[in-house]
Write a protein that binds this ligand. Structure first.
Ligand SMILES: Cc1cc2nc3c(=O)[nH]c(=O)nc-3n(C[C@H](O)[C@H](O)[C@H](O)COP(=O)(O)OP(=O)(O)OC[C@H]3O[C@@H](n4cnc5c(N)ncnc54)[C@H](O)[C@@H]3O)c2cc1C
Length: 288
C-alpha cells in the first residue's frame, strides 16, 4: 500500500518547473520511470506528499549530437541508449552498461536522470558517464546550471540538486579520435543483478603515450568515484604493462569498499584491481 500523495502529470517542462517551484517548501518529488521510486514508495521507504510525473514531457527525452557535444535528455531511457548509434560512437561504455542493466522491461522505463538522481553508488550509468567527463544540467524556474558529474555527488545518496531542480540532461564532449572507452559490470549473475563492482575507463593516446586517462569505479565507495591517483599514474606515460599494472594496484588502494550481502570489501578491492587492469589493457590494445 502507498501512503497518500498528490500527483501532477504536466505535459511541458515549464509546467513541471512551476509545480516544483510552488511546492518547494514541502518538497515535490519527480517521478520518471518509477523503477526506484515506486519500489521505495511501496516499501514505505519513501513517502512523498506531492509527486510530479515527467512521463509526458517529450522535450526531456532524446539524444542530440550538436557539433562536438552529445546531449542526452534526463527522461531518455536505458533502452534508448542501448539502441542508439550516436551513443555507440560517442560513449560505447554507456551502451555496455545499458546492455547489462536489469531486464528489458526495466530498461524500457528506467531513465538516465533517475539513475543519476537516485544517488546509488551502484548506479550503472554513472561510471561510464564519469569516464566521459559528463556534465549534469539542472534547471529550475529561475535558470539553468551545468555541473561536472564528478562534483555532483556529495556523499551516500546526497547530491547538490536543489529541491526545485530537475535534471534535464547530461552531456559530454565527443571523444577525440585516438581514444577508447569501456565498461564492465561484475555481479552475482549475468542478468538483472545489482552491481558488485563496476568499472569504466577512457584512454586517449598520442603515439604510445597516454594523453588522458579516466577510471571510474561503481559500488566500491559511498558514491561512484574516480580513481584520480591511478589516472595520474597513466597520464604522460607509455601505455605499457608497467603503467597499467601500477594504475590497477593504485585504483584498488584508492577505493573504499564495504562488506555487504553481495560481497566482502576485500573481494571488491581485488575485483577493482583485476577489472581496471583488464579494461586498461583492452582499451590500450584498441589504441596502439
Ligand atoms: C528489477 C530492477 C532491476 C534494476 N536493475 C538495475 C541495474 O541493473 N542497474 C542500475 O543502475 N539500476 C537498476 N535498477 C534501479 C533503477 O532501475 C535505476 O536506478 C533507474 O535508472 C532509475 O530511473 P527511473 O527513471 O526509474 O527513476 P525513478 O524511480 O522515477 O526516480 C528515482 C529517483 O530519481 C528522481 N528523479 C527521477 N528523474 C529525475 C530528474 N529528471 N530530475 C531530478 N530527479 C529525478 C526521483 O525523484 C527519485 O528520487 C533496477 C531496478 C529494478 C526494479
Amino acid at each position: 500500500m502507498y501512503a497518500e500523495f498528490e500527483l501532477d502529470i504536466p505535459d511541458s517542462l515549464d509546467g513541471a518547473l512551476g509545480i516544483m517551484a510552488a511546492g518547494a517548501a514541502k518538497g515535490v518529488t519527480p517521478l520518471a520511470g518509477g523503477t526506484n521510486l515506486i519500489v521505495d514508495m511501496r516499501a514505505g521507504r519513501e513517502r512523498p506528499v506531492r509527486v510530479v510525473g515527467l512521463g509526458k514531457i517529450d522535450e526531456l527525452r532524446g539524444i542530440v549530437c550538436d557539433g562536438d557535444r552529445i546531449s542526452v535528455g534526463g527522461r531518455t531511457t536505458v533502452a534508448d541508449l542501448l539502441y542508439s548509434p550516436e551513443i555507440a560512437a560517442a560513449g560505447p561504455s554507456l551502451v555496455e552498461a545499458a546492455r547489462l542493466f536489469a531486464g528489458q522491461m526495466v530498461r524500457n522505463a528506467a531513465t538516465v536522470g533517475g539513475n543519476i538522481a537516485c544517488g546509488s553508488p551502484a548506479a550503472d550509468l554513472v561510471p561510464p558517464l564519469l569516464s566521459l567527463d559528463a556534465e549534469v544540467t539542472l534547471v529550475n524556474g529561475s535558470g539553468t546550471r551545468s555541473v561536472p558529474l564528478d562534483e555532483y555527488f556529495l556523499g551516500y545518496k546526497r547530491d547538490l540538486r536543489g529541491q526545485d531542480e530537475l535534471i534535464t540532461r547530461v552531456s559530454w564532449r565527443r571523444p577525440v579520435e585516438r581514444s577508447a572507452n569501456a565498461f564492465y559490470k561484475l555481479a552475482r549473475r549475468k542478468g538483472d543483478a545489482i552491481t558488485v563492482t563496476g568499472v569504466a575507463v577512457t584512454l586517449s593516446a598520442e603515439g604510445e603515450r597516454c594523453s588522458r586517462a579516466r577510471i571510474a569505479l561503481g559500488a566500491v565507495a559511498p558514491v561512484v568515484m574516480r580513481a584520480k591517483r591511478a589516472e595520474a599514474l597513466l597520464e604522460g606515460e607509455t601505455l605499457g604493462f608497467a603503467a597499467i599494472d601500477a594504475a590497477a594496484r593504485q585504483a584498488a588502494e584508492e577505493c573504499q569498499p564495504i562488506d555487504d550481502v553481495r560481497a566482502s570489501a576485500g573481494y571488491r578491492r581485488h575485483a577493482v584491481e583485476a577489472l581496471v587492469r583488464r579494461l586498461l589493457t583492452q582499451t590500450r590494445d584498441r589504441l596502439i
